[in-house]
Design a protein around this ligand. Structure first.
Ligand SMILES: Nc1ncnc2c1ncn2[C@@H]1O[C@H](COP(=O)(O)OP(=O)(O)OP(=O)(O)O)[C@@H](O)[C@H]1O
Ligand SMILES: [Mg+2]
Length: 367
């Protein structure tokens, strides 16, 4: 299997990291430090290096250190024996990504080279937020297994918006509605098929991960609920039947844009009923599941970034998460304000483990 790891980092004027030059280990890397020192910024820099994007913000200006004009993250990425040089430079809301000095065909192509999965406090929206977050997860996975699915989703969205405009401007008897609904059915079923396949891969992997890290006796069950009937005739008939309603509501009330990934713990729905720590455990399980799926579909173990995982997990949950990570074969970067928890879980002896301390934007190797 391909193994990919960020071997070194060279960061300039990225948030509070003025100048950081660092070698990382191929396995488990622990970054500890007090609040506000730059731990999350460092993970964010790694994420930017891998994907050219941030997991915290869509606004590139925020990434450039206050008072600086430009910011850059460079690094060597080890990929199954080869090493490539990657860099992302940022200036006034623009970015330039390079691999071995060359421009990639697109930023999406750039990001596909170095798969990375991140868990951070904002990830909690995955279980606590609306269905769009969970559809994005399925779409991300569908993209790995069938790259054409992105186009299907955008064609579906176009047809849906066009139908809505026609409904609202010209009413439910307009002649071209049939055509738009036909397109919604065709592309919508392709979207559902991609998501269904993604769900088939993700669900068992995430349920297994939860069994490893969640509390004993409580199991996570996940179900993909389609927002539209799987049969094209039934889908088309239902769209036609809902024209009056959809016109009045101002949006399509049925279709894959209403798909859900329903999550429950025992008999209770996660979104409304789970505790903070349970939310965290479910999000982690989904992300560990995503890693397994990427490993299987792309043949490469993604880099795993874990920001502040233990802050709302109890001692037992933290220990089981870390126990699961012991078996993790890829590169892991984990931040914590409490490195003693990591040691308590017996991770100090993990082969190839490296520890760093982050203090006021500077990073020191501690063992
Ligand atoms: N563009 C920027 N320029 C300069 N400093 C910034 C910029 N953006 C963020 N910072 C600062 O970087 C500091 C470190 O932030 P970071 O989120 O990495 O902290 P942390 O170590 O993860 O802390 P915590 O444990 O509280 O999560 C913060 O004080 C923040 O205000
Ligand atoms: Mg942080």
């Amino acid at each position: 299997m391909r193994s990919v790891a960020v071997a070194s980092l060279s960061i300039r004027d990225f948030r509070n990291l003025a100048k950081v030059d660092l070698d990382l280990g191929p396995g488990f890397n622990v970054l500890s430090g007090d609040n506000g020192q730059g731990k999350t910024n460092l993970l964010e820099a790694v994420y930017v290096l891998a994907t050219s994007r941030s997991f915290r913000t869509a606004r590139l200006d925020e990434l450039v250190a206050a008072g600086a004009e430009t910011s850059s993250v460079r690094g060597r990425v080890a990929d199954s024996g080869d090493v490539r040089e990657q860099s992302v430079g940022m200036r006034r809301g623009l970015r330039a990504a390079r691999i071995d000095g060359k421009r990639p065909p697109s930023l999406a192509a750039y990001a596909l080279n170095t798969p990375v999965v991140v868990f951070h406090p904002g990830s909690l929206a995955l279980t606590a937020g609306g269905g769009a977050e969970r559809r994005r997860l399925l779409d991300r996975i569908a993209l790995y297994s069938s790259p054409a699915s992105l186009e299907e989703a955008s064609s579906y969205g176009q047809a849906m918006r066009a139908r809505q405009r026609v409904l609202e401007k010209r009413g439910e008897a307009a002649g071209d509605l049939d055509g738009w609904e036909e397109l919604m059915v065709r592309h919508g079923l392709a979207v559902s098929q991609g998501r269904g396949a993604a769900a088939d891969l993700l669900i068992p992997a995430a349920e297994r991960a939860f069994a490893r890290i969640g509390p004993q006796g409580l199991s996570l069950s996940i179900r993909y609920q389609r927002g539209a009937p799987p049969d094209p005739e039934a889908f088309r008939a239902e769209l036609t039947r809902r024209r009056v309603q959809d016109r009045a509501r101002g949006s399509a009330t049925m279709g894959p844009h209403r798909d859900e990934l329903a999550l429950s713990l025992g008999a209770l729905g996660v979104r409304a009923m789970a505790s903070q720590g349970q939310h965290r455990a479910v999000v982690l399980a989904l992300e560990l599941g995503e890693i397994d799926v990427i490993t299987v579909t792309r043949g490469v173990r993604p880099v795993l970034l874990l920001d502040d995982v233990s802050s709302e997990l109890d001692r037992a949950r933290t220990a089981s998460l870390l126990g699961a990570l012991r078996e993790e074969r890829g590169q892991v970067l984990l931040t914590t304000t409490r490195p003693e928890l990591i040691d308590a879980a017996g991770l100090s002896g993990v082969e190839g483990r490296m520890s760093f301390r982050v203090v006021r934007g500077e990073v020191w190797v501690t063992d």
